[in-house]
Design a binder for this molecule. Structure first.
Ligand code: FES
Ligand code: FES
Length: 158
C-alpha cells in the first residue's frame, strides 16, 4: 500500500517540531487541527482574503495555498507568537487603541503581514497601500487599521 504521509521537521513559533502529515494536507488545516493554532483563520480558501496569512521564513504566505509538507526545514510563525505573555506587540497594541478590528476574522492575517512589513523596514505608506491591499476586511472600512499602522510607525521613530 502506498504511504500517503511524510515526516516534516520545522520550527513552529520558535519551537522545533516533527510531525507526520498527510501529503495533501493544507498548511492552514494542519496548523488549526493538528497543532490547535486556531488564530490562523480560514475564509476563502483560494488565496484571496488574506485571513490565513502566516510567516514562513519571515515571508507572509497564504497558508490555505501551501501544503504542510512544504514547510519541512522552515521557520513558521503564526499570530500566536506575536504577544509575549500578556504583552502585545506594538502593532497589536495600536490595533487595540485605534479600534482596528470588529469581528476580528481578518485580524490575524493583517497582524502577520504588517509585522513582516515592520521587520522589513517598509514605509507606513507602502504598508497601508500594498500590504493592507492584500487583505479583505468586511467590518472596519480600514480606517482604524490605517490609523494603527501610522501610530506604530510613528512610535517606532520617536
Ligand atoms: S483563506 Fe487563505 S486567502 Fe482566504
Ligand atoms: S474586523 Fe471583521 S472582517 Fe475585518
Amino acid at each position: 500500500m502506498t504511504d500517503h504521509t511524510r515526516s516534516v521537521t520545522f520550527t513552529l513559533n520558535g519551537v522545533e517540531c516533527t510531525r507526520t502529515v498527510p501529503v495533501r494536507e493544507l498548511l492552514s488545516d494542519f496548523l488549526r487541527h493538528d497543532r490547535g493554532l486556531t488564530g490562523t483563520h480560514v475564509g476563502c480558501e483560494q488565496g484571496v482574503c488574506g485571513a490565513c496569512t502566516i510567516l514562513v521564513d519571515g515571508t507572509p504566505i497564504r497558508s490555505c495555498l501551501m501544503l504542510a509538507v512544504q514547510v519541512d526545514g522552515s521557520s513558521v510563525e503564526t499570530v500566536e507568537s506575536l504577544a509575549e505573555g500578556d504583552e502585545l506587540s506594538s502593532f497589536q497594541t495600536s490595533m487595540k487603541e485605534n479600534h482596528g478590528l470588529q469581528c476580528g476574522f481578518c485580524t490575524p492575517g493583517i497582524l502577520m503581514s504588517v509585522t513582516a512589513a515592520q521587520r522589513q523596514g517598509r514605509s507606513a505608506e507602502e504598508t497601508e497601500s500594498e500590504v493592507l491591499g492584500g487583505h479583505i476586511c468586511r467590518c472596519t472600512g480600514y480606517s482604524g487599521i490605517r490609523a494603527a499602522i501610522r501610530q506604530t510607525w510613528m512610535e517606532a521613530h520617536e
